[in-house]
Design a protein around this ligand. Structure first.
Ligand SMILES: CC(C)(C)c1nc(N2CCN(c3ncccn3)CC2)c2cc(C(N)=O)c(N)nc2n1
Length: 330
């Protein structure tokens, strides 16, 4: 290669660095790279060549200096030993009554429900061994998810070490608060980047980052709601499971309540239907779960969804219509 002067190399680096950084940021944030990998790699190799000629020209913001710059081609996959099931949806109180009737007929008596807000985020699985967080993963298709362990470790409210050396899996929702969503979009707009459509997309785009440093720059949060596999934890009900999760240091949504049959469910739905806009996190419905975990096991699951829980969905926020659309989705 013709010998380039230091000045010539410096000028070419001035051009290459921002270009590579822009492509890199798009690659990680848009889930849709602006250029093919080989184009990126070719320019990246040119950068390395030039920096080797004059190492004193290397700058901290150079793509070659991104510590932990392991540009994984994609996420490592994890298999959920216990599948992360979907949820049956209902859109009317009549259908809730049908759900409740089916349960009561099945078990022969009225049952208690643990009623929870359905947080509009993305599912998250956390695995702990002897009290240490060893794996964080997304739901994926329910059986195969993405390994996002390094990203999860940057979420402030996720305990990396439990107060007790427990080995178990917990599941919950990863979300971005509306406040953080606005902050992030304002910053992205200022930098001329595409903004996220809603907090859920922003949370998914932030958690599913190949570069944990980008996840760390986004304020993600969690509400955990299930202890999947547990040692001899004496947890007879879903309500107790939430209490135990709280005691262990997990963030748990504070609005859950236990009802006897559907009594109080209507009030809960109406109350949070009105509060919805004032909450600092998105919700898209209310989840009813048979409170007794033994009963849940007896009722079991269909192939895709548990028989012992149902999600009552609010109408989409923008179309906040009073009339409930009554469509049953399996
Ligand atoms: C443990 C069960 C299966 C009953 C369960 N499953 C849930 N979900 C499954 C379907 N999910 C899903 N996600 C993507 C595609 C299909 N289904 C999204 C999570 C729950 C979600 C929330 C929430 N959002 O706040 C919650 N408080 N409790 C849940 N409980």
């Amino acid at each position: 290669m013709a010998d380039l002067t230091k000045e010539q190399v410096s000028q070419e680096l001035e051009k290459i660095r921002p270009q590579l950084n822009k492509w890199r940021e798009d690659y990680y944030t848009k889930d849709a790279p602006a250029v093919e990998d080989n184009v990126y790699d070719k320019l990246y190799n040119r950068l390395l060549e030039l920096e080797q000629m004059y190492p004193e020209l290397v700058t901290p913001d150079s793509p070659s200096q991104q510590v932990g710059d392991v540009t994984l081609p994609d996420f490592n996959k994890v298999t959920h030993d216990i599948p992360m099931l979907s949820m049956g949806d209902v859109f009317s109180e009549a259908e809730l009554a049908e759900f409740n009737d089916r349960i009561e007929k099945n078990v022969g008596h009225e049952v208690d429900y643990n009623v929870e807000l359905k947080i509009d985020g993305l599912s998250l699985s956390l695995i702990y061994e002897n009290g240490i967080l060893v794996q964080g993963s997304t739901r994926g298709n329910g059986t195969i998810g993405e390994n996002v362990t390094e990203n999860v470790k940057t979420i402030a409210d996720v305990p990396q070490k439990l107060s007790r050396p427990l080995s178990f899996e917990v599941r919950g929702e990863c979300f971005m608060s509306k406040k953080e969503f606005l902050r992030l979009n304002q910053a992205r707009e200022k930098d001329g980047h595409q903004v996220f459509a809603n907090p859920r997309n922003a949370a998914a785009g932030s958690l599913r980052q190949l570069d944990p440093k980008i996840t760390a720059s986004r304020k993600l949060a969690t509400f955990m709601y299930t202890i999947v596999t547990f040692d001899d934890l004496n947890v007879p009900t879903q309500h107790d499971a939430l209490e135990t999760l709280k005691e262990l240091g997990f963030n748990v949504n504070p609005t859950a309540k236990v009802t006897t049959g559907l009594k109080g469910v209507k009030d809960y739905i109406e109350h949070f239907g009105e509060l919805r806009d004032s909450l600092d996190y998105g919700i898209d419905g209310v989840v009813l779960k048979v409170n007794d975990l033994g009963l849940q096991r007896d009722l079991g699951n269909t192939v895709k969804v548990p028989r012992w829980e149902i999600a009552y969905k609010f109408p989409p926020e923008q179309a906040q219509s009073k009339v409930l659309d009554i469509t049953w989705t399996i």
